[in-house]
Structures are given as structure tokens and as C-alpha cells.
Design a protein around this ligand. Structure first.
Ligand code: BES
Ligand code: MN
Length: 458
């Protein structure tokens, strides 16, 4: 192991340049104009994995390709070795709005020990940390106590629509003892974290159609409903002044927090005033009766992600717009059922929309919430690896984000996911000026190196 640790330290700056190379690909899965960049980025990952001694291949899908890379398997039959799958994604969120970036999103830049660039934290830096740990084993000739297969996909940020069928097709090859995922966060560099719950998600778009074309608002305004106004009124009814979602049945099944969980929450460093300042809001808002940490990870939400209607260009244009649209995501917690919630939302919107407009709902991706016991032997092994790498006591936490595929890993591969995130709260994931802390990058590599030892003892 010492050889592995030394190798990681000696090659630290090369690893940082390699992360820069990785970040330079504008691998935005949501935008069709980046299709070839997606391909190129996946190709880079394959080439990189081959260079360090992994057996790697590019797997085409109906959407963006999936990279599979495996540590060499023993030629002769020895004792059974455990097998772990490391999951990550090479796709990134759209970088817009571009004018808010201090430097171009796909031209990585390092300032004060952090790398700026879209995808640095989410998720390129985090999955590369694992690749580098495995490189250290392979390049120093240190025997790995387990087999490792990397599955790095290109559709995580758009709902992982190709991966489930891929898992079904390659069920035998991917059969494993656990999935390791670094695609979540940690509260501070002194609080490495094992995440044991994620929220689920439902994405959809609601459109209210009004007149058959934009109308002169002076000539016709006052006689027809304004779809933008009607949509605002409709959406405004979906949340009350206590921050509760008013859709009947929305909270059905929501699990309340146990005393044990409340205790874990209380261990997390949190200061409401600093948090409010950090977010730049005049005052925090959330569901009454819950702390901010609970609100953002253990409670469901209804969020408008985008709102569009009418004229958006410079100056003014006096019209009654023909339509208005909202992009919405709902976050779900254990044990809400996405299908039921979808039904409830649909029924409620059908009931509420005014007769002066036509309602259209387009359902998008969905994922179930995830919850795993943090007390099992693998979780304990993960905590040991975090402790060894970071030199301090790890915390257990729930996260508010979603990783759609974790429930498919459980159902299809029958394996639980160990969520060991390396992103800090101020990393600006999905925002302009995304960063990845390079100390977390280095410690993440060390964590991964220890993890294979600790997990293989289970
Ligand atoms: N890495 C995130 C998920 C995450 C972030 C989990 C922070 C926990 C804490 C992931 O890449 C992501 O952003 N997923 C999307 C999924 C969606 C597009 C289906 C999300 O949560 O919005
Ligand atoms: Mn993301």
C-alpha cells in the first residue's frame, strides 16, 4: 500500500493536468449540438483507461455512449475476489448563462487550489479520482484485493435513460458486491461523508396554450386570458405560505426522521446565517417545522426550473402571448412513489387549469428516492477508508440531489451503492463558475486506494 500512496503523491500534478484535459470536452448531454463532443469525451476516457492498464471499451447506446473499463482479471482460478463497480458520469450540465462565468466553462483554470470549469466537481474530478487510485495499483504492481469495473456514462444529467437496459443486458458482467459512487458532496474538507439517502425526482413541462398566435394586447387584451398570467396563477396555487405543497396526496408515504437520523443531522456543521449569506437571499424559506438541512434532503419539494412566455428580447412588445410554459422538477424522499405522485400532480393540474386555456403536460425523466442502511459492514468499510484518507471522523448524511440510476443498480444488479462524495457545498455544481477543490481530488484518490483494501475485508 505504501507504494500506492507514494505513487499518488508523486504524480499529483500530472493528475491535475489530466483532469484539465478531461474538463476541456464540452460534454453537455442535454444539448444536441454537443453530440460529437460527447463521443470525443467518452473516447478520451476509454483511451485514458487503456493507457493505465484497464481493459476499456466504448459501448454505443440509443443516446450517448457508456464507457466500461475493467481491471485485469486473473488468468488462473484462485480464491473468489470481490467485485466492485465504480459508477460515474462524463456528461455535464449546460454551462449557461455564459456571461456569469469568470473564465470560459471549458477552459479549466486553477486558482488557490481549486479548479474552475463545468464538470470539475460534477462529475469528472470525482470519477477521475477513482481512476487515478486504480492507476496507482496497476502502475506500481500492487495487487488489488478485488476486481473493479468502471461504468462511466454520458446521460446522468438527463435522467440516465440508456443505462438501465445496458445493466440488464450486461447483468452477468456487472454482477458485483457493491457500487461505489463519488457524485455527491461533503460538508467541509474536515467532514468527509458517507451519504445514505438521495432524493428521487420527477421532471415535466406544463404549457398553457391561449390564442392561436401572439395578439396585439391593445386591440385584444381584456377579452382573452393571458396564458402567462394564467400559468402564474395556476403555479401559485401549488404552494402555501408555510412552504407546503398543496397537491392532494403529495406527502403520501413520506417517512419521518428517526431519532438516530436527527442525531446524525445534528452532527453536521451548519450555520443558518452563513448559509443564507452564501446563497445570497434576503431570508431563507422552507417548509415550516423542519430545519434547513432537513428541508433540503429529507423533505420533498416542487420547483419551477424555468418559466417562459411571450417576448424575451430587448425593449418592449405589446402582446398577449400565445402560450406560457414552465419546466418543473419535483424532488421525492423515501417512501414516495414517483408513479403515484405523477398521477396526483396530473389530476390536480387538470382540475385547476382555467377553461380559458388548453393544458398540456409533457412528462420527462423520473427516479425513485434512495435509502440504504448506514450500519452494514460495507458502510463501515467506507467510513474507515474516509477516516484513513482525510484523517478525521466522517459524517453520515442524506443528500437532496438525485442519482437516477442507484435504484436500478439495486433492482438489476442487486447491489447497494456506497455514496462517497468529494464535492464541497461551494463548488457551484449546475451553476456558473463550478469548481473542484484539488485537495479533495488528492484525498479522494487516497480514499479510493484505501477503500479497495477495506471493502475487500467484508
Ligand atoms: N451529482 C449530482 C447529484 C447530487 C448532487 C447528489 C449533490 C447529491 C448531492 C448529479 O449529477 C445530478 O445533478 N443529478 C441530477 C439528476 C437529474 C438531472 C435527473 C439532479 O439531481 O438534478
Ligand atoms: Mn449534476
Amino acid at each position: 500500500m505504501q507504494g500506492v500512496i507514494d505513487y499518488l503523491r508523486q504524480n499529483e500534478s500530472r493528475f491535475v493536468s489530466e483532469l484539465c484535459e478531461y474538463v476541456r470536452f464540452p460534454s453537455v448531454s442535454a444539448q444536441p449540438q454537443h453530440r460529437s463532443d460527447m463521443q470525443a469525451c467518452a473516447g478520451w476516457v476509454v483511451k485514458h483507461c487503456r493507457q493505465i492498464g484497464l481493459e476499456a471499451r466504448l459501448c454505443p447506446t440509443a443516446g450517448h455512449p457508456i464507457v466500461v473499463a475493467k481491471t485485469p482479471r486473473a488468468k488462473t482460478k484462485g480464491p473468489r475476489r470481490p467485485h466492485f463497480v465504480v459508477y460515474g458520469h462524463y456528461d455535464v450540465q449546460p454551462p449557461e448563462p455564459l456571461d456569469l462565468w469568470k473564465s470560459p466553462p471549458f477552459e479549466p483554470r486553477i486558482v488557490n487550489g481549486v479548479m474552475y470549469g463545468r464538470g470539475t466537481s460534477d462529475n469528472k474530478g470525482q470519477n477521475l479520482a477513482h481512476v487515478k487510485a486504480v492507476e496507482a495499483y496497476l502502475k506500481t504492481g500492487t495487487e488489488l484485493p478485488c476486481y473493479i469495473t468502471f461504468v462511466i456514462e454520458g446521460e446522468e444529467e438527463v435522467g440516465s435513460s440508456s443505462l438501465a437496459s445496458f445493466l440488464r443486458k450486461h447483468r452477468a458482467e456487472l454482477a458485483c458486491d457493491a457500487i461505489v459512487i463519488s457524485d455527491t458532496g461533503m460538508p467541509t474538507p474536515k467532514h468527509p461523508a458517507l451519504t445514505y439517502a438521495l432524493r428521487g425526482i420527477i421532471g415535466f413541462e406544463v404549457t398553457l396554450h391561449g390564442p392561436s398566435r401572439d395578439l396585439h394586447s391593445g386591440i385584444f387584451g381584456g377579452t382573452v386570458d393571458n396564458p402567462a398570467m394564467a400559468l402564474c396563477q395556476l403555479l401559485g396555487k401549488l404552494r402555501d405560505e408555510n412552504g407546503r405543497v398543496t397537491i392532494p396526496g403529495f406527502y403520501e408515504g413520506v417517512q419521518s426522521l428517526s431519532a438516530y437520523e436527527r442525531k446524525q443531522f445534528a452532527r453536521l456543521p451548519f450555520n443558518a446565517r452563513d448559509y443564507q449569506k452564501f446563497l445570497g437571499v434576503p431570508k431563507l424559506f422552507g417548509e415550516r417545522g423542519f430545519t434547513p438541512l432537513e428541508q433540503r434532503s429529507a423533505r420533498p419539494t416542487f420547483e419551477i426550473n424555468g418559466l417562459t412566455s411571450g417576448y424575451q428580447g430587448e425593449g418592449s412588445k405589446t402582446i398577449v402571448p400565445a402560450w406560457a410554459r414552465a419546466k418543473i422538477t419535483v424532488r421525492l424522499v423515501p417512501n414516495q412513489d414517483p408513479a403515484r405522485v405523477i398521477k396526483r400532480i396530473g389530476q390536480h393540474l387538470e382540475k385547476l387549469f382555467p377553461p380559458t386555456a388548453r393544458l398540456e403536460i409533457e412528462w420527462g425523466h423520473k427516479a425513485e428516492p434512495y435509502l440504504v442502511s448506514p450500519t452494514g459492514p460495507q458502510a463501515q468499510a467506507a467510513l474507515r477508508a474516509l477516516r484513513l484518507a482525510f484523517g478525521c471522523e466522517p459524517v453520515l448524511m442524506r443528500e437532496g440531489g438525485s442519482i437516477p440510476i442507484v435504484n436500478d443498480f439495486k433492482k438489476i444488479l442487486r447491489a447497494e451503492s456506497l455514496l462517497m462524495g468529494l464535492a464541497l457545498p461551494d463548488c457551484n455544481a449546475h451553476s456558473p463558475n463550478e469548481t473542484f477543490n484539488l485537495t479533495c481530488f488528492a484525498k479522494g484518490q487516497l480514499m479510493s486506494a484505501h477503500l479497495w483494501q477495506e471493502l475487500s475485508k467484508c
